[in-house]
Ligand binder design. Structure first.
Ligand code: SF4
Length: 694
């Protein structure tokens, strides 16, 4: 417990939890942080904050922090503390040995959405320039990769279209597959303010989330669809808009590809896409679907906000395209109060994607096969780059089990806990000859590591994060790295040990290089960020002050493109053995796998993950509140405590995934999005049975 007192100095920085990107004043006494105070000048939060950013920063100095590099030849050996030089030299020699034996493509790296833009940029540069391949991926693979794909196909840019403040101009808000009250609380407060002013609300979610009937705002419609049927629902909504002639024809004529629109119009007009046909599949009344579609299309400025409940499905990319189709057909894009707004989970999901962390894209979402772009980077980095995409994270696991992928550098990401089908992930990690984990704690993945490099928390480094509204904000160093190096310095040390020279003295120099090589960042620098407070990309000569709203005159791709979005049911089906559908989500006080928040006083608000089950399903299984229940799926089984709740419909169960003991990912399957391999976390067929009464 840190004793409060009068601060002696303060530093403005950015919260390292969710994609809202709140600005905070870290107040210090000596070299100890005593308070985090939301910054009233923060352009994403305007002085507001939630319990995570405000109170859950103590993990940074938790005794569990690992502050010394460690190595071990075999994962059964005890860890040996070594110097930084020894650790990075050992890692580098192992990487080179493995490449010599198994080939250039036998190693790869994973960047983290928890780290800064500068750090993720360096890791992908390390992989491309020093490893010599494109085997780099990011934890965005398992959350918003379908957003990148779907929005690029339809609108031409892999990013949300609006500022958070834009919601104050919305007349109708459609929230689908997101629970902002828990996952994006500061944005939720702003949304509720707008709802209190009279904006209308449509919620599409299997669970009765807080927004549906919170005291501040009631939804006009809650379409409680069956997990896995988002695309069917979006097609039914589009069907109503098209067949009832609620579309915005002038906008479509002026702004969209006419042949694609004609094809799509014919497709959604078919009777099989009507609410009467798809409503029963979704488990929602056709009348409610019709009424919600009319409200979205005719209620004035209509804005869509969505989250992982859209992306983490076998049709995640299709659903993102379905959302963009809805915005285009009603002309709800290209001005304040409308748009397509992915609510990014982690603080820097947007940034890690922007920085070229995907195996097929260089920074700025440019394909590695583009000769001109690749030559630009080759010239700047002094190497030859590969023109073929590398391995995605799930492909790395498969290749590890095949024996062709033998070593991994994993920065700030706990894949053994956060990726689906844990048994498969750990088998792949066990098969590798060298796993290098860089993290602040000895996480689950570190159990399979041969080298551990101490990571640095957001308080220990300079850099930038990019939030869900494309806002680049400064992260400022508050204290020295406990492990002696910030993450960007560790990557530089590893590159140099591999014989690839990196020579940055400060993260501002890395940002200057990013700006030189990325057309959407050309006017971004630390000096400009200090001058403006923050900047929303694109920020270049055409938009020197940044771009709060995108696609105003035309879409980034020129004309908007309607994409066909045929509904394909997930392969994850209920049957007599697994009759319930499990879906997952977050709770306000905790964050993702809980590595940070579990090490703060926030555990007082949420001590364990529980399984929400409807009273009828509980009763038929003899389950009462607080019982321990076994949850079994085709992938595995775990034990959770039951919470009997009408927030879920009969046939649906729900849990959070903040505690490793809950084993949520032991039961999730290998199914993934057809376009991006984003795991289908949100639909798992399970059976639930009482284990014993506590
Ligand atoms: Fe803001 Fe998100 Fe941090 Fe909460 S967790 S303070 S909403 S950035």
């Amino acid at each position: 417990v840190i004793e409060m007192g009068q601060p002696e100095r303060s530093v403005i920085t950015t919260c390292a939890y969710c994609g809202v990107g709140c600005s905070f004043r870290a107040e210090l006494k000596g070299d100890q942080v005593v308070r985090m105070v939301p910054d009233k000048n923060g352009q994403a939060n305007h002085g507001h904050s939630c319990v995570k950013g405000r109170f859950a920063w103590g993990y940074a100095t938790h005794p569990d922090r690992i502050t010394k590099p460690m190595i071990r030849k075999h994962i059964d050996d005890p860890w040996q503390e070594v110097s930084w030089d020894e650790a990075v030299n050992y890692a580098a020699s192992e990487f080179r040995r493995i490449q010599l034996k198994y080939g250039r493509d036998s190693i790869g790296g994973i960047t983290s959405s928890r780290c800064t833009n500068e750090e993720t940029y360096l890791v992908q540069k390390l992989v491309r320039a020093a490893f010599g391949n494109n085997n780099v991926d990011t934890c965005a693979r398992v959350c918003h990769s379908p957003t990148g794909y779907g929005l690029k196909q339809t609108l031409g840019e892999s990013a949300g279209t609006q500022s958070f403040d834009s919601v104050m101009q919305a007349d109708v808000v459609l929230v689908i597959g997101a629970n902002p009250s828990d996952a994006h609380p500061v944005f939720a407060s702003q949304l509720k303010r707008r709802l209190r002013q009279g904006a209308r609300l449509i919620v599409i979610d299997p669970r009765r989330i807080d927004l549906v009937d919170s005291p501040h705002a009631r939804a006009d419609f809650h379409l409680a669809l069956r997990p896995g049927t988002n695309v069917a629902m979006l097609n039914a909504l589009a069907h109503v808009i098209v067949t009832e002639n609620l579309l915005n024809q002038p906008f479509i004529d002026a702004r969209c590809e006419s042949a694609d629109f004609a094809r799509w119009r014919e497709f959604v007009s078919k009777p099989e896409n009507s609410p009467e046909a798809l409503g029963p599949i979704c488990g929602v009344s056709p009348d409610d679907i019709r009424a919600a579609a009319r409200l979205y299309a005719t209620g004035g400025n209509a804005a869509i906000y969505y989250g992982l409940g859209v992306t983490e499905h076998s049709q995640g990319s299709t659903a993102v395209m379905g959302i963009a189709n809805l915005a285009m057909v009603t002309g709800n894009i290209g001005r304040e109060g409308v748009g397509v707004n992915p609510l990014r989970g982690q603080n820097n999901v947007q940034g890690s994607c922007d920085m070229g962390s995907f195996p097929h894209e260089l920074p700025g979402y440019r394909h590695v096969s583009n000769d001109a772009v690749r030559h630009q980077f080759e010239h700047a980095w002094g190497v030859t780059l590969q023109p073929d995409p590398g391995l995605r994270i799930p492909n790395m696991f498969e290749a590890a089990l095949d024996g062709t992928f033998r070593a991994l550098y994993c920065q700030g990401e706990d894949i053994a806990q956060s990726d689906p089908n844990t048994q498969h992930v750990t088998a792949a990690l066990s098969a590798m000859e060298c796993v290098v984990v860089q993290d602040i704690f000895l996480n689950e993945t570190a159990k399979f590591a041969h080298v551990f490099l101490p990571g640095s928390s957001f308080l220990e480094k300079d850099g930038t994060f990019t939030n869900a509204e494309r806002r680049i904000s400064r992260v400022r160093k508050v204290m020295d790295p406990l492990g002696g190096k910030a993450d960007w310095e560790a990557t530089i040390a590893l590159a140099n040990a591999l014989g690839y020279r990196m020579d940055y003295k400060h993260p501002s120099e890395i940002m200057d290089e990013i700006a030189r090589l990325t057309p959407t960042f050309t006017r971004v620098s630390y000096a400009e960020l200090d001058r403006h407070g923050s900047l929303q990309w694109p920020c270049n000569d055409a938009a020197p002050d940044g771009t709060p709203t995108m696609h105003i005159e035309e879409f980034v791709r020129g004309k908007g493109r309607f994409m066909l979005t045929g509904y394909v049911p997930t392969e994850e089906k209920v049957n007599s053995r697994y009759p319930l559908l499990l879906t997952t989500g977050r709770i306000l006080s905790q964050y993702n796998v809980g590595a940070q928040t579990r090490r703060t006083d926030n555990v007082a608000w949420h001590e364990e993950d529980r399984l929400e089950i409807h009273p009828t399903d509980a009763e038929s299984r003899g389950i009462v509140e607080g019982d321990w229940v076994g949850v079994g799926s085709r992938a595995g089984q775990t034990v959770l405590r039951a919470k009997v709740s009408e927030r879920v419909a009969p046939g649906v169960v729900y849990t959070t995934f903040h505690f490793p003991e809950s084993g949520a990912n032991v039961i999730t399957t290998d199914n993934s999005d057809w376009a991006t391999n984003c795991p289908e976390y949100k639909v798992t067929a399970v059976e639930v049975s009482r284990v014993y009464q506590p």
